[in-house]
Design a protein around this ligand. Sequence first.
Ligand code: FES
Length: 112
Amino acid sequence: MSTDTHTTGNAKPERLVRLDQLAPGKPHRVEYRGRGILLCRVEDTVYAVQDTCTHEDISLSLGVLCEYRLRCPLHGSQFDIRTGKVLDEPADTDLRTFAVQLIDGWVCLPAD
Ligand code: FES
């Protein structure tokens, strides 16, 4: 998680949810620019990845998060939430990741 608050232009980072509303170890889906984003809190660090599995079209918010390892609920593919990398098949494409900013107790993503 980055705490860098630098942004380009005048756009402010978009607030998604308060940090204290994210339960550690429980994936939390939010909408961001018309797409589902999965926020995963590990202790006081938050990681953001795309919510849809890269194997088939299912929400990973129903999956199991064990430390940094997210397991898809449908066929069991596993991903590292820090990098989006596939750790276990059948998925063979990494998840997209997003740079999280923590500002004044809010979990934010860049507005740009
Ligand atoms: S849909 Fe996620 S592993 Fe198949």
